[in-house]
Write a protein that binds this ligand. Structure first.
Ligand code: GLN
Length: 318
């Protein structure tokens, strides 16, 4: 009979700097692949060769390689923080889960097609339609949705310089016809509590936050710490942190979530700025960034780096 031996029992010391070096080498092999997002013109200026990666452990250590302290546009990664803040503010007992589902959409992140047949209830909180509903609920709960996302990131990362990039926000607002269409359609079904323009403004503002891999890994640690913030206070119940991780695994990388789970095996959220934030529950938050994207909108090099990281370490949720 075969014996099953866990190659990495709890307490085993991991050589994170070495793993990050391996991951960066894998990312470099993807040079020249993918396209920088062009539908938000201000993002098109990003350097396609840029790459950074960071690991923040549950104990508080931080490691990084490449451009790991260079800020980039968070875009859809911000949706993770707005969701967590709604749940932290008691939103799970509110209208959140009646207004947004928890199933993968199988369609592009900015698709309009399912909303009509599904009566204005988006499939999940991480496609644009769902994130608009989450932003709306956060606006109801706080009156200042984007400011709350920004404040959370600054506090968890210990970096008051994290800011909304006004050029990206203006560019996204100017070219935001699809998001405006989604928001109006959702509103037509009575699934927004705030005026469409307010929801769009707050959504664009939190998507336009610029932060580095270092900031992001630190800010994502609450998901590795089962809901505990960096100061030790409880932000989310353990089961709520589990639920966010579960939705990340199934829906966090758009309609490529199956492929991402197959390759990387971690809950993660990506953004069209080229960032990915992944969670190793109980151990660490890992962020990677490189602006050139695949057809689904995920960073080619960041995904390759995370793939190499989990393959070399044997760490994943499976
Ligand atoms: N702000 C972007 C948008 O609304 C976010 C998309 C993304 O990162 N996938 O289109």
């Amino acid at each position: 009979m075969d014996t099953v031996v866990d190659a990495l029992p709890g307490g085993v010391e991991l050589d994170y700097p070495q793993l990050l070096g391996t991951a960066m080498a894998a990312a470099r092999r993807e040079a020249g692949r993918g396209q920088v997002a062009g539908y938000i013109p201000a993002l098109a200026a990003a350097d396609p060769e840029g790459f950074g990666m960071a690991v923040a452990t549950v104990e508080g250590e931080v490691f990084g390689v490449g451009d790991w302290e260079r800020p980039f546009s968070l875009q859809s990664i911000s949706k993770l923080f707005s969701l967590a803040l709604v749940l932290a503010a008691g939103g799970s007992g509110s209208s959140l889960w009646t207004g947004v589902g928890r199933e993968p959409s199988g369609t592009p992140f900015n698709s309009l097609v399912q909303l009509e047949t599904e009566h204005g209830v988006p499939r999940n909180p991480f496609i644009n339609a769902g994130a608009l509903v989450v932003t709306d609920r956060l606006q109801t709960l706080t009156g200042d949705a984007a400011a709350h996302v920004l404040d959370f990131l600054r506090t968890e990362a210990g970096n008051p310089a994290i800011a909304i990039d006004a050029d990206v926000a203006a560019s996204e607002a100017e070219h935001g016809h699809r998001n405006a269409a989604l928001a109006h359609f959702i509103a037509s079904h009575g699934n927004l509590e705030n005026p469409v323009d307010d929801v769009l403004r707050e959504y664009v503002a939190h998507c336009s936050i610029a932060a580095s891999c270092r900031d992001l890994a630190l800010a994502g640690r609450f998901l590795a710490r089962h809901g505990l913030r960096s100061d030790g206070t409880r932000m989310l119940e353990r089961s709520e942190a589990k639920r966010i991780n579960a939705v990340m695994l199934t829906c966090g990388t758009y309609d490529a979530a199956g492929e991402f789970a197959f390759r990387v095996g971690l809950p993660a959220k990506s953004g069209v700025g080229g960032g990915v934030l992944a969670v190793l529950p109980g151990r660490a938050a890992i962020s990677a960034w490189s602006p050139a994207l695949d057809r689904a909108g995920n960073s080619v090099a960041a995904v390759a780096a995370l793939d190499a990281f989990t393959s070399a370490s044997g760490l994943s949720v499976f």
